[in-house]
Design a protein around this ligand. Structure first.
Ligand SMILES: [Zn+2]
Length: 512
């Protein structure tokens, strides 16, 4: 017996003990894995969102639709990952998901520039209706560039300018040519273009149009209408203040832009009473300290006069060629003095880290200054201490996926740095930056890109949407109302989307 037992132990006993410890090890492994997964999820930016039953239903459906979309592109050998926004745009527009995202309330658009607000095709067609609108059709010179538009009185038209409408009639190819000169496209991901030079030329071509008061009014009315149509309820515009003018009265004081915008808002509010806007006074990083100081003081004057319209100050332009935020130290020092003088604060909303380089350290400054939100923050991920500070101070990063690809910072959208930020609990919102210059309107395209390429779910979409109101510069009461409105819009959207998608799957069960 003893020998037999010994044989059993020798043959089976040890393996049994080993097996038991292996089971233990597997259990530990699973437990650790689950714990780690939970810890990671708890770190994510949307960890506090809990979906309702209806939202869970929609979420499942959306994830299914995304998978289906990706499968179809794979079947047709269409690579989603090495194509530019322009190349995939028809795919976006024909997708079922785009319809859902179109219908989704977007909350606020927190990052858009006054020069890129609306469709340039509309702008061109609108401008030609003014007999005083001219276009420069000669080679670039020191003052004007080919395709630059402006308003002139008949007797003061500079050499090289022709009436826009006449030019478009006499030269049938000019419409397409001008359109190309007004829209910045990144047609493929690998050709080399100096995007910022091209980008700034586009602003120059339309810049002189926007200060002409009659045109200014039409432009912003259209811009606000585009947003309302795309379910955006609030907008904050990085605004370049120019004195408006017309040929009857000449130049108007600087604040006319604001009172005109308030009138336009009244028109919009007749049909969309919840719509709101704020302006962020924007100056330029390529200016010197003295010029920025003058602009800063102007911003304070306007904020004192319109505390509910002006929310803060920003410096824009290419960060690679412009001055660093650090170099404006004197201006930031001056903030305290101006705050005292004007009795109002001037929060900053600086563009920082719109760069792929670790030598661009603008995000360090914004984490130290009284900076409310960070424009772009693409290289933030290389400064972990800054990320920590931003998280601790609960500051938002304004992300603009399509703009980042068109300007050459990101090629494959899957590798957008905002994904890293979101997973690490940095709060972000989705923005369009300059949709007019990129040839589109609204915010749906950017949300579509984020949803598809960043593998978001409804929880993430909801958090991004609600962030755009939570981190807006609406005052306490405005914010409360805006959140209530958004909440109701969101509930309606979920309910309608569920009903529509259910009806569709009953009609085409094979596609569901
Ligand atoms: Zn911007």
């Amino acid at each position: 017996m003893m020998r037999k037992d010994l044989i059993y132990i020798l043959l089976l006993g040890f393996p049994l003990v080993g097996c038991k410890s292996k089971i233990m090890q597997n259990a530990d492994y699973r437990q650790n894995w689950n714990l780690l997964e939970k810890k990671n999820e708890a770190l994510a930016f949307d960890a506090d969102i809990h979906l309702s039953e209806a939202e869970v239903r929609l979420d499942k459906k959306l994830l299914q639709m995304r998978q289906q979309f990706i499968n179809t592109t794979e079947q047709h050998k269409i690579s989603l990952y090495n194509r530019s926004f322009n190349e995939i745009r028809p795919l976006i527009e024909s997708s079922e998901l785009f319809k859902v995202i179109n219908a989704m309330p977007k909350g606020g658009l927190l990052h858009i520039h006054s020069g890129g607000l609306t469709d340039v095709k509309w702008l061109m067609m609108k401008a030609r209706k003014y007999k005083e609108c001219y276009v420069y059709d000669q080679q670039d010179n020191g003052q004007y560039i080919f395709g630059q538009m402006a308003f002139f009185e008949k007797e003061n038209v500079p050499e090289g300018f022709v009436q826009l409408d006449k030019k478009l009639i006499s030269d049938p190819s000019f419409e397409a040519q001008l359109q190309d000169l007004l829209i910045l496209r990144r047609s493929t991901l690998c050709t080399y273009t100096d995007y910022w030079i091209e980008f700034e030329k586009r602003f120059k071509r339309i810049g002189l149009l926007l200060a002409y008061r009659p045109f200014f009014k039409e432009y912003y009315l259209k811009g606000f209408q585009d947003l309302v149509k795309d379910k955006v309820q609030h907008v904050e515009i990085r605004f370049n203040f120019d004195e408006l003018y017309d040929f009857k009265y000449g130049k108007y004081p600087l604040n006319t832009s604001i009172t005109d915008l308030q009138d336009i808002l009244k028109t919009i509010r007749k049909s969309h009473p919840q719509f709101t806007f704020k302006l962020i006074y924007s100056s330029f990083k390529f200016l010197d300290t003295q010029s920025v100081e003058n602009q800063l003081e102007r911003a304070f004057e306007l904020k004192k006069e319109f505390p509910d319209v002006i929310s803060g100050f920003d410096l824009v332009a290419d960060e690679a060629t412009g001055n660093s935020i650090y170099s404006f130290q004197e201006n930031w020092e001056k903030l305290k003095e101006f705050t005292k003088k004007y009795g109002t604060e001037m929060p900053l909303f600086l563009h920082a880290g719109e760069s792929n380089s670790i030598f661009n350290k603008n995000t360090l400054d914004v984490s130290i200054l009284n900076n409310q939100r960070i424009g772009h923050g693409l290289n933030l991920i290389y400064f972990p201490q800054v990320v920590e500070r931003i998280k601790k101070d609960d500051k938002l990063v304004e992300v603009s996926p399509i703009s980042n690809q068109i300007l050459g910072y990101v090629s494959d959208f899957r590798n957008h740095p905002a994904r890293v930020l979101l997973r690490n609990g940095v709060q972000c919102s989705i923005n369009s930056d300059d949709p007019g210059v990129y040839g589109y309107e609204g915010l749906s395209y950017d949300f579509w890109i984020a949803f598809i390429y960043w593998e978001l779910d409804l929880k993430a979409l909801k958090k991004l949407v609600f962030n755009s109101i939570h981190y807006s510069s609406l005052n306490k009461n405005e914010k409360k109302e805006a959140k209530m409105y958004l909440n109701q819009q969101w509930i309606d959207f979920v309910q309608k989307a569920n009903l529509e998608l259910k009806a569709k799957s009953l009609k085409h069960p094979e596609a569901s």
